[in-house]
Design a protein around this ligand. Sequence first.
Ligand SMILES: [Zn+2]
Length: 297
Amino acid sequence: MVAKSDKEFFVPADSDGRNNMMRRLYEKYGEIRVYPIAKSIMSRPIDALYVGDGEMYICVFAAHHALESITSNIAYMLVDYLLYGSGAGRIYDVDCKLLLSKYCFIIVPCVNPDGIELRYHGASGSPIYDRQMRMSGGDFSTWQANARGVDLNHNYDAGFYRYAALARDMGIMPGASRYGGEYPESEPESRGVANLVRTIMPSAVISLHSQGEEIYAFPDTPYVKRIARRISSATGYSIGVPEGSAAFSGLCDYTASLGIPSFTFEVGQGKNPLPESDISAIFERVGKAIVTLPTLL
Ligand SMILES: [Zn+2]
């Protein structure tokens, strides 16, 4: 039924501007509503895929972090599932046609294409090769950040300066992870994400990360907690509490500050990057929870 998006990993760069997952969706469905929300530091497109005709929005963002590109696969599978469901009717016991007449899913499968490229292929050919080699010591195997060493999920305007002071004290510099940037939304990738959210003010935001099989729910209200408990029982994921530096300047910290119910999913279990063989099992648990989320709102 659903395209075998689990047969290979998402890879961002392709000469015709379409990555391997996008090409597969175009082959299967012909038309897809794709809108660019930003260009990365290295001018790679960051696309939002729209599925549904409703006037309420659910936003899903994946791969803020380069070692977590398995979440891009999950996001593309979600697009595939919803497109399939829009023609087929019921999926996961949800009337998909009805759902997509009320809601529009806006899915950004890859927030950080430059970081994923670095992780896969290193810095060779990069216009800022020397800088990237200095930041990484030539080893990109733990690289989570964008092209210039900013951790995109610490670049949002929520507790940013508190986090920046903490990071300074800890000696965190531009590099593989945890450096939040010079100011909130200093990076085109995070600015594009935040602009999209501010413009459409969705009913819910979901941010996909790996790993840990946990959900973090924001803001801390009885309404959001109730939804989190339902997601937890649907996925088997536990409800986590962010600790230490994880508690600042992330996307969901920011969207929660706008009053939007926001959920970080730490998908899968193991050591990042998780293997391709985990993709299907993760989607089984997470895809269903995302598709059924509007029924909980
Ligand atoms: Zn992450």
